[in-house]
Design a protein around this ligand. Structure first.
Ligand code: AMP
Ligand code: ZN
Length: 469
């Protein structure tokens, strides 16, 4: 498996620490609002990565947090707490907001066939772990207390800006000399581990700690929650590209200072879904959700296919025109699979050949558009229908487009349509015969019977036509 690693800025051969096993972590949603379809692009592509690893026979353990405290409006520790903002907007408590939007998130994920990670842990469950890690960081001299908050001291690290190349680093160091918005910080890039004092003293959720009554910073939660379930090492850490700095940079700073060795080997970042006005974001007011797509008549899985058609390392521009085209393509694909005969033998050689082509596409840095091309090539190939069905079923373990069940539903709907048509045509014939026999009462009763079922008859010069009311 080859994977682009943001840490080395190259496509690398993926080698997990333990043979055949993958420890994987995903930054979960901040549950103060619905996820927009941009957020869900990241979760879809991370789901594809997990399913690819499983397809390639890795034993994956995947952990995800739920951010229900500490994520301020700006990732650089300024601005209002997002959860509090949500609670005020809806006149509910923070925990009510967290519960509602966590459920909404998983309901969206289910519609998009995104598997729930093996472990899902809300940040508010892990206060003791946060306090422990912060205490160790203070003991080791990586953290300091100022203005009653605890900060991570980034100047203690040889290389804080791990994701940046040399010229970016120089630029970022320059930023450190800028006017500081938080005068407690020793260095511009230092970040909060624990707040007891902030501009937002109406913060609803607070806990006792050795440094006073307060709440954790956002970054600490991912370090602690991943270590709680995966231990001191991790193979792959995922998120959207906006997480690279400062969130993931800070996660690495505190995690590696805490454990004293390299923490995570591969960093997988999904590029943004954009619209013609730029990046999609929740703070922009109106934003696109899965429910909104459904209200407009789109299938959530058509959106999944939309995402699969492009590479996760490219920004993807959303438009309804493209989603319309993908919807047509999805329906055609389902129809094509519905037409495959479910009899005969699976040609083992052909199965192995296409299975390998599909696996190769995905093993090439999760090349989903190439994997979809293999699906179409396989459907066109001179191999038995039974083999094609078996391959479609196998490929759907990763694509998760419900190809077989959608094909089955399509067949059933088509059968119902055919049955209905046969019934209507028989009734039209009966009515014709009644009219011919001058039994107009019977003819009218047949028309009424059909009308009662929502079927409208029209007598035209070309004969009787019907349509649904
Ligand atoms: P949040 O709920 O804001 O913490 O974000 C959840 C996930 O969505 C994070 O991994 C973000 O990096 C990711 N994300 C945010 N905006 C976008 C976008 N426009 N396209 C793709 N992913 C995004
Ligand atoms: Zn995180």
């Amino acid at each position: 498996m080859k994977l682009y690693n943001t840490l080395s800025r190259t496509v690398e051969e993926f080698v997990p620490r333990e043979e055949g096993k993958v420890a994987m972590y995903t930054c979960g949603p901040t549950v103060y609002h619905f996820a927009h379809i941009g957020n869900l692009r990241s979760y879809i592509m991370e789901d594809v990565l997990e399913k690819t690893l499983r397809f390639l026979n890795y034993d994956v353990k995947r952990v995800m947090n739920i951010t229900d405290v500490g994520h301020l409006s700006s990732d650089a520790d300024t601005g209002e707490d997002k959860m509090l903002k949500g609670a005020k907007r809806e006149k509910k408590t923070v925990m009510e907001i967290a519960k509602f939007y966590t459920d909404a998130f998983f309901s969206d994920c289910a519609k998009l066939n995104i598997k729930t990670p093996d472990v899902v842990e809300p940040a508010t469950n892990c206060i003791a772990e946060f306090i422990n890690m912060i205490s160790v960081l203070l003991e080791k001299g990586y953290a300091y207390i100022a203005g009653e908050n605890v900060y991570f001291d980034t100047s203690k690290l040889e290389d804080y800006y791990v994701f940046s190349n040399q010229s970016e680093k120089e630029l970022m160091v320059g930023v450190r000399d800028d006017v500081q918005e938080d005068t407690n910080k020793r260095n511009k890039s230092d970040f909060v581990l624990w707040f007891t004092k902030s501009k937002f003293d109406d913060q609803e959720l607070k806990w006792d700690s050795p440094w006073g009554y307060g709440y954790p910073g956002w970054h600490i939660e991912c370090s602690c929650i991943s270590m709680k379930h995966l231990g001191e090492y991790m193979d792959i850490h995922c998120g959207g590209v906006d997480n690279i700095f400062p969130h993931h940079t800070n996660e690495i700073a505190q995690s590696e200072s805490y454990v004293g060795h390299k923490w995570c080997n591969y960093w997988f970042h999904v590029h943004h879904l954009i619209d013609k006005n730029g990046k999609m974001s929740k703070s922009k007011g109106e934003f696109l959700t899965v429910s909104l797509l459904e209200e407009k008549g789109y299938l959530p899985l058509a959106y999944r296919m939309f995402c699969l058609q492009s590479h996760y390392r490219k920004p993807l521009e959303f438009s309804f025109e493209v989603l319309d085209n993908v919807t047509v393509a999805y329906e055609k694909l389902v129809k094509r699979i519905a037409e495959l005969a479910d009899e005969g033998e699976v040609d083992k050689e052909a199965f192995a050949k296409y299975h390998q082509m599909f696996a190769d596409a995905l093993a090439d840095d999760v090349n989903t558009s190439m994997a979809l091309t293999v699906v179409y090539d396989m459907l066109k190939a001179p191999i038995s229908d039974k083999t094609k069905r078996a391959l479609a079923e196998e490929f759907d373990k990763v694509l998760a487009l419900d190809l077989l069940t959608a094909a089955e539903n399509f067949k059933q709907e088509a059968a119902v349509d055919a049955e209905l048509e046969a019934y209507i045509l028989a009734k039209i014939e009966e009515r014709k015969a009644a009219k011919k026999a001058k039994d107009f009462a019977l003819a009218d009763s047949i028309r009424d019977e059909l009308a009662g079922k929502g079927i409208v008859l029209e007598d035209t010069r070309e004969g009787v036509k019907w349509h649904l009311a």
